[in-house]
Design a protein around this ligand. Sequence first.
Ligand code: CAA
Length: 263
Amino acid sequence: MEFVTYEQDGYVGIITINRPKALNALNSAVLEELDATFKAVDLDTTRCLILTGAGEKSFVAGADIGEMSTLTKAEGEAFGKKGNDVFRAIETFPIPVIAAVNGFALGGGCEISMSCDIRICSENAVFGQPEVGLGITPGFGGTQRLARLVGAGMAKQLIYTARNIKADEAYRIGLVNAVYPLEELLPAAKKMAAGIAANAPIAVRNCKKAINDGLQVDMDQAIVIEEKLFGDCFETEDQKAGMGNFLEKDKEKKLKVVPFQNK
Ligand code: CAA
């Protein structure tokens, strides 16, 4: 891979978008490599992913403006679909994905962070959807996910004004869960990922699916989705070990990582 690196750290996989000369901007090649990287993750040995950008300045500075500048209407729509397909695959990826936003997260950069389950960022992070200043709409899910994450009113204000916001404001409006000094960001992401990975993996996956799928439907249907995924956890080794440890009051055993198994 030229633009994406993958590192395995125990049960945690770290995916880094590595095109620092262009502040990690997303061109077609980066999108294709990202897609291939996610598809290649070994789900038997990986329980949580971290997505970050190379360098100390930028997470992702957006979709590649040079590549987009000459597109026709049909090509523009196809480019939007290309990004949307990859981002939707991240959003629905079976295991949690934490975005460690280490600098600029503009346009497609803000959008890819929003397709992750959890966003944390460095103090130098800058978020925004500057597209209307470029004569286009956000095209990799920004009009949809920003409104769902921070509410329609705030999303409309940010998108219509194309105003960038700093880390503290992103935290205040709920776009990120926490802000760290830059050097502490990746360690914090790894600590969170390891904490997630220490929990029962089938249960964590089912929680992600329940939340994601439940948000697409009304509450009556949503609780049925939860009931099925809750029921699906029973009879698994994870459930037997997790509850058995509690009932045996065995603190040592309780701390043990429940081994992954499919059923
Ligand atoms: N596309 C292509 N190249 C980009 C880029 C992008 N989105 N963002 C930065 N770069 C390139 C620059 O062209 C520059 O390349 P050269 O050295 O070859 O000239 C290099 O990265 C460094 O950038 P700057 O010199 O501009 O760095 P800076 O520190 O002065 O400014 C910045 C940083 C404020 C992030 C500025 O680069 C910038 O505004 N970038 C564009 C941000 C943007 O508008 N993103 C949204 C894109 S549209 C989109 O994403 C649509 C969608 O929803 C799908």
